[in-house]
Design a protein around this ligand. Structure first.
Ligand SMILES: [Zn+2]
Length: 317
């Protein structure tokens, strides 16, 4: 059974390669999964500047080409009710995407995936008119792109440009402004997506069991970690401690939340050693999101994972 029976990607006045179409499909699937909207479907049209210009003028009264337009099914002039599950239309200009990709230094596939995610989030009700809504949408976008990125054309080493997504190299650049705007609750899925992403860098020649962690500091920075194994086994370091040690060595000692994820279908819990190390720096109330490979998770706290912990407070006479 096809997991996306109805959704189509059409081309109009342009030709698209298999890789470009695949990037769009990948982005649609990732959004439907993450937003729990499986079974719903969009119609996506890849086209040229003239065609998107005409639509932009006729439907939005904006007389120029643009990169992406989305038309949610429930906002149409509705002479007919939309068919069950139909989300609406997304139109993307491939030539504009191409120009943006080259300005930003990444592949056209990545730009198409980004524009598809953006359009899909609009069809699902996200917008970026109010600042709060905008930061929510940007966070979703970033998390989704982080998730999709490893699956796109692996030969392309370039990363998304600033503001469009978020990778390990960017982790220090996530500013303090971002955390104050969004509660930890709203960032849960972002932290989990980034933990899944961090897993891609795991060095695990012995166990083959990849783990990733994403640690959010009180100052709003994100630190990613993966597990790093060693031929002598015992010097192996877990993902959670990698993230924590990176943060502490950069001067961060106060933490707001942790997400952990692995390749397993089971939820990924920090090991006993990591629980102890985390309790040196993190409050018992700190939320911990333990995810599986699909991004499903359970939410607990450090105190829930390590009750009656031995901490520095217990060393007094
Ligand atoms: Zn551990």
């Amino acid at each position: 059974m096809n997991e996306h029976p109805e959704f189509t990607v059409e081309t109009e006045n342009i030709e698209a390669t298999q890789e470009q179409l695949e990037a769009v499909y990948e982005a649609v699937r990732a959004v439907l999964r993450a937003e729990r909207a499986e079974g719903r479907y969009p119609c996506i049209i890849l086209t040229d500047d003239d065609t998107i210009h005409a639509c932009n003028r006729d439907y939005r009264s904006v007389d120029r080409p643009t990169d992406v337009l989305s038309f949610p099914a429930d906002e149409g002039e509705d002479l007919l009710a939309p068919p069950d599950g139909f989300l609406g239309d997304i139109m993307i200009s491939v030539p504009t995407a191409e120009r943006q990709a080259s300005e930003l230094g990444h592949s056209l596939e990545r730009e198409l995936a980004f524009l598809t995610v953006h359009g899909m989030l609009h069809l699902l009700g996200y917008d970026h008119i109010e600042p709060d809504d905008e930061s929510r949408m940007l966070a979703r976008q970033r998390a989704l792109i982080a998730e999709i990125e490893p699956r796109l054309a692996p030969k392309d080493g370039a990363r998304f440009a600033e503001g469009k997504t978020f990778t390990g190299e960017d982790e220090k650049q996530m500013g303090p402004n971002e955390i104050t705007e969004m509660s930890i609750k709203e960032r849960k899925s972002e932290l989990i997506a980034l933990a899944l992403k961090a897993r891609e860098r795991a060095y695990v020649p012995y166990s083959g069991f990849r783990v990733g962690a994403c640690l959010l500091t009180r100052s709003g920075q994100l630190f990613l970690g993966c597990n790093i194994e060693n031929a002598a086994y015992s010097p192996t370091n877990c993902a959670e401690r990698t993230a924590l040690f990176k943060a502490v060595s950069e001067g961060e000692t106060e933490f707001a939340a942790l997400a952990v994820a692995s390749d397993s279908e089971h939820y990924t819990y920090p090991c006993g050693v990591c629980r102890q190390v985390l309790s040196e720096f993190c409050a018992a109330e700190m939320p911990v999101f333990c995810a599986n490979r699909d991004g499903s998770f359970i939410e607990t706290t450090l105190g829930g994972l390590l009750p009656m912990a031995f901490t520095k407070e217990d060393m007094g006479s």
